[in-house]
Design a binder for this molecule. Structure first.
Ligand code: SF4
Length: 357
């Protein structure tokens, strides 16, 4: 059976389901318990369950074989002539080719919150102004740079070229990289470009305490008028000694005035906490003080608390500390989630291993 949606083509063949964007590129292929997802850079990612949830990125040979299989199924079963032409103009090699992605994103998109995987990422800045948190390896490959209005316009055009009609699948604009919202006045012309190019689309972005603190309600309201809807705040913990260990600037309690300012400006907030950071030694204080702080924040049903199961990244200063991890991270995560739900807060999982753009 084929479903011809304006934004996608879906081919449902019993135990196999294939989804294509309107450029004809497969973005999702389900086959008997295995889910393959194509990222915009052409890489192919497998997700499946084997007790726990597993995930891996396919090597070239395997990816080309799966792309070949997908195209073979489309050739045999896709009937609609327009959709058929969209899909069958591709070859496995063209689907795998990262060149169009690299043209749009010379610095790849490193991470997004889970509900922003299907946004359009526009890098107002690249890298992170701080780049020294002990656990973070997302932007170690690049210096912090902000884009001028003309460089940003060019970047937007390249992203639009890359997406083509695949843009129909996407909702919202995510302003990259790590802390584009650290910018002051230079952000305004970039936001205007976003608003002109994606009218009415909600704009999202990361923020950290140390970059958000200096800004007034009126500033956030100004960005709100330019389309900013949600800010993802990397709070990480409510326990100040742990935040210091993580080498992240600021004090957790500064979140009170920052979140109040964001809410007063009409923005929604996603507060990110890293469950398991600091390992067993910090577990109790981390949970207790984070929950206290979250209870004090003026969050409502528009807002979400994201619980991120902490993943130690090899080679980071955090890994060098050699801290003992939690015996059962999933149980700890469940305990946090339950406590937060009892407080009436919306909770979502933010697993960085699931990131895909
Ligand atoms: S966690 Fe955020 S502030 Fe810290 S280095 Fe990474 S991107 Fe920068």
């Amino acid at each position: 059976m084929e479903l011809l949606r304006p934004e996608a083509t879906v081919l449902s063949l019993g135990e196999r389901v294939l989804s294509f964007d309107r450029e004809g590129r497969p973005y999702h292929y389900f086959r008997q318990g295995l889910t393959y997802k194509r990222a915009l850079d052409g890489s192919l990612h497998l997700r499946y369950r084997e007790g726990a949830r597993r995930r891996r990125r396919l090597g070239e040979e395997e990816a080309l074989a799966v792309y070949g299989e997908i195209l073979g199924l489309a050739e045999a079963h896709l009937r609609d002539p327009e959709r058929r032409a969209e899909v069958l103009r591709w070859t496995p090699e063209a689907l795998w080719d990262p060149t169009p992605y690299r043209r749009a994103y010379p610095w790849p998109v490193s991470i997004l919150p889970p509900d922003a995987y299907l946004s359009v990422v526009l890098q107002a800045t690249t890298g992170c102004t701080w780049n020294r948190c002990a656990f973070c390896s997302f932007y170690q490959d690049r210096p912090f740079q902000k884009r001028s209005p003309s460089a940003f316009q060019e970047h937007v055009e390249r992203v639009l070229e890359l997406l083509g009609r695949g843009r129909l699948l996407r909702r919202g604009v995510f302003l990259g990289d790590g802390n584009a919202l650290a910018l002051g006045e230079p952000l305004l012309p970039l936001m205007e470009t976003v608003q002109r190019t994606f009218p009415g689309e909600p704009v999202l972005g990361f923020l950290d305490l140390f970059t958000g603190m200096k800004k007034e309600v009126s500033w956030w309201a100004r960005l709100g008028a330019l389309g900013l809807r949600r800010v993802y705040l990397g709070l990480e913990t409510g326990h100040a000694p742990l935040l210091a260990l993580l080498n992240k600037p600021g004090h957790p309690r500064e979140a009170l005035s920052l979140v109040s300012a964001l809410k007063e400006a009409g923005l929604s907030v996603g507060v990110i906490l890293m469950v398991g950071a600091g390992g067993a030694a910090y577990a109790e204080a981390h949970r207790r003080e984070s929950l206290w702080l979250l209870a004090e924040l003026p969050l409502d049903r528009e807002d979400v608390v994201y619980l991120s199961p902490f993943q130690e990244q090899p080679g980071t200063p955090y890994a060098a500390l050699g801290l003992e991890g939690l015996p059962d991270l999933e149980a700890e995560l469940a305990a946090w989630a339950e406590a937060l739900r009892r407080m009436g807060l919306r909770v979502a999982r933010y697993d960085i291993r699931e990131f895909l753009y």
